[in-house]
Design a protein around this ligand. Structure first.
Ligand SMILES: [Zn+2]
Length: 155
């Protein structure tokens, strides 16, 4: 059996949490170590499933786990939580990324929540980054705008 077919939660598979066009194009191995499966499942159960349930539409994560090599290839931060299996980037079709981030901020437990590259007035611009660490979540919400991180969600 291809382990990528493994279901992590009711609506999300390991494949959805690991697929990457960059990895495919550059032949980068992006299979997470076995000890990260629990973390990836936590992201699905604690973050993606509640978001899907609330907004009522399927979600296709744009970036979940990144092997260290893939993280380097996509220009991810050295301290990124993606290679730790603790972060996922996504959007919800038909919902502004600002509104999505606000809902997560108020309704979910998370470690870091970042509204990335959002342009006010352009609802589907940017994306939302959410990280989750079982039992030690900092609940930090930030906006990445003009090349820097600022506290809170800004539009
Ligand atoms: Zn991210």
């Amino acid at each position: 059996m291809d382990t990528n077919d493994m279901q992590l939660s009711e609506h999300f598979s390991l494949n959805e949490m690991t697929r990457s066009d960059t990895a495919a194009r550059k032949g980068i191995n992006n299979i997470p170590p076995a000890n990260m499966m629990v973390k990836l499942r936590d992201l699905c159960v604690q973050v993606l499933e509640p978001v899907r349930l609330h907004f009522g539409v399927p979600i296709r994560p744009s970036s979940g786990y990144r092997s260290p090599e893939l993280n380097l290839a996509v220009g991810g931060a050295k301290t990124s939580q993606h290679p730790k299996g603790e972060a996922v980037d996504f959007e919800v079709s038909g919902v502004s990324n600002y509104d999505l981030a606000c809902w997560i901020q108020h309704e979910l437990v998370y470690d870091q929540l970042i509204l990335e590259c959002y342009t006010p007035g352009v609802p589907d611009s940017g994306w939302v980054h959410v990280s989750y660490r079982a039992g030690r979540n900092r609940k930090q919400a930030m906006t990445y705008v003009d090349g820097q991180y600022v506290p809170g969600l800004r539009r």
